[in-house]
Design a protein around this ligand. Structure first.
Ligand SMILES: *Cc1c(COP(=O)(O)O)cnc(C)c1O
Length: 480
């Protein structure tokens, strides 16, 4: 299997070559040259591997699917990496992603029982093990630099903690994350994890990461890398739980299932697109957005219009507060018949200059729905509160704000005879303020998180200056 860039670069690379990279050299995103096809016999075999979610089933399924895309890690090693990642000890249940039934034909797929209680653990935990494996094989080290306002940073830290050859330097806006999120990140005492609280806002943190990445001499000397959502290995890891959700919602491989996905950067639902392209019988993929409706607007109108920071709303489902969807280019590449030149024209300078592109009059736009099965919808703060309340009253189940956006939109797209699976992307404890607003009571707190706000914290507060951050990184690289 070789990987290509969505912007037409001639290079073809193997999995481990792109594992530690972000963008392709031409600014595009990596995708496989073709999607491996899963026919009826293969699907039957995958269902048997998953084995109804019995212990080891998810890891076996992950191994089978990853093997279709990775041919430069020996099979025994890849299997061991999957078995080490997807355990009941880390994800809380033997099924790893159990389905919870709300009513007949309407389910939640629980993706948020990993260490940080959000679905990003599903991919990030695997990435931690893949990074450690590949760095050891090369005899190299990597310093991961990132900016976070919550979920991504903590998922990265919990995936990389204690891993050999990897250090994490994670910037967050000082005093702006919730007490729970701060406690989750800052209570990590691992030598290789460095929390840096920047006196500024999230954009300041991101600007510093960009400055450091643009300082090529520093970047090379200090082996700086990232783990952002465009990483192909992260997306690939997410393909697995669409299969696991499908097998749990059906008894026969001839049935179809629809998924609704609370979306921000389009990483999660893009994994669903890949699963569908492989031949998994997915009927529709419903993209649910919050008030930041860049994606809903595209699927309704064919116009992709990125927002400025002034038009990006701070909402009660903050992990979906995006101004542009970084993984969307992957889907558009397929939609445009894999025409790298057109993708480059749309997403390169065109988008920076115009801030939009328009496919509304292009015949391919209709295929987003007719051929690729995409639908979309939007949810607001009021919808979120209503949905959290309704699900709690009717099903005695507390859902988080992002999942509530999914449930709200999913209800608008249900079809008789086709099960609808909503991906649960976080647990309510992470967004307690809105739960209290909706239900008048605190969300339940899993036992291992009792009292984490009182644990000692390890964090360095710094002014929003790139040079200070660089000095801190250099000092900690020299020390080890
Ligand atoms: C990251 C995140 C999302 C959005 O996922 P994308 O892959 O960026 O579309 C939704 N919900 C939660 C809780 C998240 O952390």
């Amino acid at each position: 299997m070789r990987y290509l860039s969505t912007r037409g670069h001639a290079d073809r690379k193997r999995f481990c070559e792109i594992l530690l990279e972000g963008l392709a050299p031409d600014g595009g995103l990596y995708l496989p040259e073709r999607y491996p096809q899963v026919d009826a016999i293969a699907l039957q075999r995958l269902r048997e591997s998953f084995n109804g979610g019995r212990p080891g089933g998810y890891a076996a399924l992950a191994f089978e699917i990853l093997s279709l895309y990775i041919d430069d890690i020996p099979a025994a090693d890849l299997r061991a990496l999957c078995e080490k990642t997807y355990t009941e000890a880390v994800f809380g249940t033997p099924q790893i992603v159990p389905l919870k039934k709300l009513e007949d034909g309407f389910y939640l797929e629980a993706l948020s029982n990993g260490p940080t209680l959000a679905f990003k653990d599903m991919a990030m935990q695997l990435l931690g093990n893949l990074f450690e494996y590949e760095l050891a094989r090369r005899g190299e080290e990597l310093n991961i630099l990132g900016a976070t306002s919550g979920d991504t940073g903590s998922a990265a830290e919990y995936a990389m903690r204690g891993k050999h050859g990897v250090r994490v330097f994670m910037l967050s806006p000082h005093g702006r994350m919730s007490p729970f999120q701060q406690a989750q990140m800052f209570s990590l005492m691992d030598e290789n994890i460095h929390n840096i609280a920047i006196e500024g806002v999230f954009d300041d943190c991101q600007d510093i990461v960009k400055d450091v990445s643009n300082d090529l001499a520093f970047k090379r000397a200090h082996k700086i890398g990232t783990v952002n959502s465009i990483n192909w290995a992260r997306l690939l890891a997410q393909v697995v739980y669409y299969f696991a959700g499908y097998f749990q919602a059906t008894t026969k491989d001839t049935e179809q299932v629809s998924f609704t996905v609370p979306s921000g950067n389009f990483g999660n639902v893009c994994a669903g697109h890949v699963a569908r392209q492989m031949g998994l019988p997915i009927r529709t993929l419903v993209v649910a957005t919050n008030e930041n409706d860049v994606l809903d607007e595209f699927f309704r109108t064919g116009v992709y219009r990125v927002r400025g920071s002034a038009d990006t709303h701070e909402t009660s489902s903050p992990s979906m507060d995006i101004s542009k969807a970084s993984n969307f280019e992957r889907f558009v590449f397929d939609l445009l018949g894999r025409d790298g030149d057109r993708v480059k024209a749309f997403f390169g300078e065109g988008l920076s200059r115009e801030g939009r592109f328009d496919l509304s009059t292009d015949p391919v736009f209709a295929e987003a729905a007719s051929h690729y099965g995409f639908r979309s919808g939007k949810s607001t703060h009021a919808n979120r509160l209503d949905t959290i309340r309704d699900v709690y009253q009717r099903h005695r189940l507390m859902i988080d704000t992002h999942t509530a956006d999914g449930v709200k939109v999913a209800r608008e797209h249900r079809e008789a005879g086709t099960p609808m699976v909503v991906l649960e992307t976080a647990l309510p404890i992470k967004f307690a303020e809105t739960i209290v607003e909706a239900l008048g009571r605190q969300p339940d707190r899993p036992a291992q998180f009792q009292g984490i706000e009182d644990l000692p914290k390890r964090v360095k507060v710094m002014p929003a200056r790139t040079a200070d951050v660089q000095a801190f990184i250099a000092e900690h690289c020299a020390r080890a």
